[in-house]
Design a protein around this ligand. Structure first.
Ligand SMILES: [Zn+2]
Length: 484
């Protein structure tokens, strides 16, 4: 087979055109090579998935202050040490209040007999043994100042917060209404679950260190059933919630460093390892822990030394009042100024989009530049909006540049704190990508010429909280008993 001269000339011209249209290829820099190796290992080693399986199947749900949570701290520590990260250690702090999750049962006893699907919220008291009480419907609650219904004293009150705005408003309203109902003498508060398939929900946000009355999640179908019965007359239920408060306790964070060639500054990569016990705490937040831990192992394995130190911090106590991160900031207050940036992952292993910078407009432009290496992973976007629903809140309050991983939501909300937060629902490919995203973000910020932003003064933090609408939640959380 041969080609005519004209075809060859045409080919040569098109090759020349193609070359001018393409960006100039450059030989890879050290940074390009490091990032390629980090991403390659994240995607091929399977280390995060293996760790997550061990965490979820051998330990399972990990309530703060429980033996399971202690075991999780030991497992994280041992895994880091086994990888040769000798700096790994535990940092203990005091927990003002521990809680034991007992069984919770409920049934209608009048006008019919029927079992109810319920589950206890966290850090709420039990009932004084089995109690038989009337049911009152508060109905759909629009705000925390709505007038209380007439018959509250001695009753179990159905409160439906499902359409109550953002999660911040929801959490704030929930705690305030619980307090008002307790003051009015209610026996229990039923919160209508917003989960599908008759699932119930749990949380301690707004209730730690101790809720003022038993707060119980009731499946939406079961609440609807109670409300239909109430439309025809009085309804009574029997409740038996057997929670207890053993008293103050101890918890631990796990901390490990990959030391930089210039350790005068550092970048933090963080995830919380405590969880609820309805299932295995796989997506919230075993996945985040597995990604951050595997990122640390990859730096060690590939012998990549960043310019500044990358510190890996695994918090306990997030689900109560971000106790672990608050203890960390207190215990490390003398070195907070060394922190260039804090990266927190508590999003579930869904497709990553980028990072939220919580209202820090001053960091927007530089963050876009420093997150550029994450563009091929689809994770280089910068989100300005702010929230207060994980350990990032501690670092917002400390005035530090804080980045929270943002993901496509997927079914995160339906799994969140329910019986289906299990290992087999975590997407192994997304877990590997999260590992790469956290490691590359840490590498990029630790090696950057400049810091992404300065530390805000306490007055500037207050201004930021006001500007981003987080002031009410801040007051709710920071007026509660200090974690240590
Ligand atoms: Zn979480």
């Amino acid at each position: 087979m041969f080609r005519s001269a004209s075809v060859i000339v045409t080919l040569m011209i098109s090759v020349a055109l193609a070359q001018t249209a393409q960006p100039q290829a450059h030989s890879p820099t050290q940074s390009d090579e490091d990032i390629a190796r980090i991403v390659g290992y994240s995607m091929t080693r399977g280390g995060a998935l293996t760790f997550l399986e061990t965490l979820t199947d051998t330990i399972g749900g990990r309530i703060t202050g429980s033996p399971e949570d202690r075991a999780a701290a030991e497992l994280i520590l041992k895994t880091l040490k086994d990888a040769g990260i000798d700096s790994a250690h535990l940092e203990e702090y005091d927990l003002a209040s521990t809680w034991r999750h007992g069984p919770a049962t409920g049934e209608v006893i009048s006008p019919v007999k029927r079992a109810l699907i319920i589950g206890s919220y966290g850090w709420v008291p039990g009932t004084p043994g089995p109690i038989e009480v009337p049911v009152t419907d508060f109905g759909s609650v629009g705000g925390d100042r709505d007038p209380l219904p007439a018959r509250v004293r001695g009753a179990a009150i159905i409160v439906d917060l499902r359409s109550n705005g953002s999660s911040s408003t929801y959490v704030g309203a929930r705690a305030i209404i619980a307090r008002r109902l307790a003051q009015a003498g209610a026996s229990a508060m039923f919160i209508v679950s917003d989960k599908p398939d008759r699932m119930v929900y749990t949380s301690a946000f707004g209730f730690y260190p101790r809720a003022p009355l038993p707060v119980i999640s009731i499946a939406s179908a079961d609440a609807a059933f109670l409300r239909r019965l109430l439309a025809h007359g009085d309804v009574r239920v029997r409740l038996n919630v057997q929670n207890s408060f053993p008293g103050p306790g101890k918890e631990r964070n796990v901390v490990a460093d990959i030391k930089g060639s210039d350790p005068s500054e550092m970048v933090l990569l963080c995830a919380h390892f405590d969880s609820w016990d309805a299932a295995q705490g796989a997506n919230d937040n075993g996945a985040g822990v597995a990604a951050v831990l595997e990122a640390a192992r990859i730096f060690k394995l590939l012998r990549i030394q960043p310019k500044h130190t990358i510190r890996f911090v695994f918090f306990s106590g997030e689900e109560q009042l971000s106790n672990g991160s608050r203890a960390y900031v207190e215990q490390h207050k003398d070195e907070l100024d060394k922190i260039r940036a804090v990266f927190n992952v508590d999003s579930g292993a869904h497709p990553p989009l980028g990072f939220a910078i919580h209202g820090r407009q001053d960091m927007e432009a530089i963050s876009k530049v420093l997150l550029k290496p994450l563009a091929p992973l689809g994770a280089d976007r910068v989100f300005l909006d702010a929230d207060f629903d994980s350990d990032q809140e501690t670092f917002i309050v400390a005035g530090l540049p804080i980045y929270s991983l943002r993901v496509e939501p997927g079914d995160y909300d339906s799994r969140h704190h329910t019986i289906i937060d299990t290992f087999e629902r975590v997407d192994p490919r997304m877990l590997a990508i999260h590992t790469a995203v956290m490691a590359v973000a840490g590498y990029s910020f630790a090696n950057a010429e400049q810091r992404p932003g300065r530390r805000l003064s306490p007055a500037e933090v207050q201004d930021l909280l006001k500007r981003t609408g987080l002031e009410q939640l801040y007051q709710l959380e920071y007026s509660a008993e200090k974690p240590n």
